[in-house]
Design a protein around this ligand. Sequence first.
Ligand SMILES: Nc1ncnc2c1ncn2[C@@H]1O[C@H](COP(=O)(O)OP(=O)(O)OP(=O)(O)O)[C@@H](O)[C@H]1O
Ligand SMILES: [Mg+2]
Length: 216
Amino acid sequence: MSGIFISFEGPDGAGKTTALKTLMPLLQAKTNTEIVLSREPGGSPISEKIRKIILDIHDEEMDPRTEALLYAAARRQHLIDVILPTLAEGKVMLSDRFVDSSIAYQGGGREIGTDAVAEINDFAIDGHLPDLTIYFDVSPEVGLSRIKKDHEGAMDRLEKEAISFHNRVYDSYMELVKANPQRIKSINADQAPEKVVEDTLKIIIEKFPNIFNEGE
Ligand SMILES: Nc1ncnc2c1ncn2[C@@H]1O[C@H](COP(=O)(O)OP(=O)(O)OP(=O)(O)O)[C@@H](O)[C@H]1O
Ligand SMILES: [Mg+2]
């Protein structure tokens, strides 16, 4: 018995976490198979500890390769503790971010190189790629403006500094989408939240008709 593994990717502020909250009950209503939702970095006790290290020390002090290795380490433990057991039980596993985030953020954004980051992540995930990845496509400008709203305009300088970083993340994601047309399906995330959820739901149902039924 083997479940299905779906990851959700896209730039900061693309609306992944928001959409997943709405999507979960809608998806669950269409299947008898249990759906498990998790997130990265984190998602299991050891991985959450690693998440704290990544977030505590902050980017300026942490070497980019150290950061990439910590993300990969957290991912490995999340895979072992949560993802693989969930799939072994035949369940549906949803992850808010997975390996593509590292390739885009550490490989592209931090300029370590997407191949190098893919390589250390190959070691971490040992072939366990998602069956489907939904990419939330939104420009860095739109994503950042949504986040800025959340922070009530208090991050102008930081945001300005980061735009080239976010542009590189966006470009790397675009390359991943182009290179993996079978696995990664892109949706327009610059739409009303309900439409984003609707498009995501449609892709998942079409991809796994034996698990989710349209009618219910
Ligand atoms: N379709 C949408 N249209 C407009 N605003 C949205 C939309 N989806 C989410 N938002 C808002 O944008 C902000 C960021 O959304 P959210 O946290 O879901 O993004 P995210 O992709 O999970 O970002 P991160 O990668 O930083 O976790 C929130 O304030 C949310 O309410
Ligand atoms: Mg989020």
